[in-house]
Structure formats: structure tokens, C-alpha cells
Design a protein around this ligand. Structure first.
Ligand SMILES: C[S@@+](CC[C@H](N)C(=O)[O-])C[C@H]1O[C@@H](n2cnc3c(N)ncnc32)[C@H](O)[C@@H]1O
Length: 227
């Protein structure tokens, strides 16, 4: 049992995904793990998403809404941001958080990544951070397929994941603190999974201290231009 297991919530009847049940503990754990760099990292991720002022944004597996709120600041008051997560305690926490002045309104919905209850092509930008490793491997393709479906042609995807340390000692420490899924997260498989879901991969890299990201686009239909 790792420290991370203590934050896990009740299993949602519609998904085997591992949920977060204790939002306050998650926030404290998150802040400590980011060693003072959390705000800077997530501000950078919001920029890397490529979301523009006025965009409709979806955050899949939004948890306590930390990235959701950064996306709301990124797209501004003319945008709209939706966060989806199966855990009602994290959604309740996210709804109570204040937004920065000038941010887009945020709406939080209970739901699961592998079967999103959202219309086709209804978002300009989809982001997902630290969620895929909470799903069993066999559901990750379905989740990315759903992100492609709800994104408009030409829309952008940003997938963010935990980058495990290269050293065995480092992975051992992560195993004890956060569990197997993070310590052995196969981020090398992300590009292939994202392509197989129908996206064009456009870029990727690392954000300090522990994150890796992939930027992708849902191909535009013939005759449309991708901005
Ligand atoms: C490590 S947290 C990340 C939360 C947030 N995105 C962040 O970056 O802080 C993983 C989140 O994935 C959610 N989750 C688990 N299974 C899921 C599923 N099937 N669909 C969507 N989200 C899921 C959990 O409830 C949890 O809030």
C-alpha cells in the first residue's frame, strides 16, 4: 500500500478507473510533490494546450480542477470550460474553488473518459492531465477515442502524464509514495496510442519537475484549415 492509495475513493459503478476520494489530501500531496513548481508547471501546460481566447475546453479526469482553472484563465471570459470526473467529492471541491478574474466559467460534470456523455465535435480543445494512468491499459484507447470524437475537426488535444524517474531507486521511491501505476507509467506508448485514436501528433516534451506532454490535433476535414 502506497501513500497515494490513501487518497483513492470509492469505485464508480461505470468504470474500473481509480478515483480520488479525498480532494484536500490530494491537493496537499500534489503541492508537496511539485516542490513549489505546481503553479508554474500548470500555467505552462495551459499555454502548451494551444487553447485560444473564447475556446470551448474539456478537461477529462479533471479531479480538483487545478488544470481546469488554468484553462479557464487561458481562454478568458468568452470561453467555456467543462471538467469531467467520476468522483463526486473532487467535483464538489472543484466547484467551490474561486476563479481568477477574467476567467471563463467552469462547469463540472460527473462522467467517465471511456464513454463521455458529450456531443460529437463540441470542443475546440481537450486536455487531460495525470488521468490515463488511472485507467486500466485496455481502456486508454477508448478514452482517447472519445476525446477525438468530442473534439471538432482541427481541434487540439494536450495529454499530460507523470514521467517516472529513470533510476531504479527513483522508481522505488515513487512506488512507495504513489504506487505502481505512476512508478511504471509507460509514457513511451503515448504517441502511438494518441495516433491510433485518430489524432496527428504535433509535439511533445517535458515540464519540470515530473511531467511529460503530447500535443496533437484532430485532423481537419478536407477543405478546412487547421489554425
Ligand atoms: C491523479 S488525478 C488527476 C486530476 C487532475 N487532472 C490533475 O491534474 O490534478 C486522476 C483523476 O482521474 C480520475 N479518473 C479515474 N477514473 C476515471 C475515468 N474512468 N474517467 C475520467 N477520470 C477518471 C480520478 O477520479 C482523478 O480525479
Amino acid at each position: 500500500m502506497s501513500l497515494g492509495h490513501l487518497m483513492h475513493g470509492k469505485r464508480h459503478p461505470d468504470t474500473p478507473g481509480v478515483t480520488i476520494g479525498t480532494p484536500h489530501a490530494y491537493e496537499i500531496f500534489g503541492s508537496l510533490c511539485f516542490v513549489g513548481l505546481r503553479r508554474r508547471a500548470f500555467t505552462r501546460l495551459a499555454e502548451l494546450s494551444g487553447a485560444q481566447a473564447g475556446d470551448r475546453v474539456l478537461d477529462v479526469g479533471c479531479g480538483t480542477g487545478y488544470l481546469t482553472r488554468h484553462m479557464a484563465a487561458q481562454v478568458g471570459r468568452d470561453g467555456a470550460v467543462t471538467g469531467v470526473d467520476p468522483s463526486s467529492p473532487v467535483l464538489a471541491y472543484a466547484r467551490r474553488r474561486k476563479l481568477r478574474p477574467g476567467s471563463a466559467p467552469c462547469t463540472y460534470k460527473e462522467g467517465i473518459a471511456e464513454s463521455l456523455d458529450l456531443p460529437d465535435a463540441s470542443f475546440d480543445t481537450v486536455v487531460t492531465s495525470l488521468m490515463l494512468h488511472h485507467l486500466p491499459e485496455e481502456l486508454r484507447a477508448a478514452a482517447l477515442g472519445e476525446m477525438c470524437r468530442v473534439l471538432r475537426p482541427g481541434g487540439r488535444l494536450l495529454v499530460v502524464e507523470f514521467r517516472p524517474p529513470k533510476s531504479a531507486v527513483g522508481r522505488h521511491l515513487v512506488h512507495g509514495g504513489a504506487g505502481h501505476a505512476m512508478a511504471h507509467n509507460r509514457v513511451d506508448l503515448l504517441d502511438g496510442l494518441i495516433r491510433d485514436a485518430g489524432f496527428e501528433v504535433r509535439g511533445g516534451g517535458d515540464v519540470r519537475p515530473w511531467l511529460t506532454y503530447v500535443q496533437a490535433v484532430r485532423p481537419a476535414v478536407a477543405g478546412d484549415s487547421v489554425s
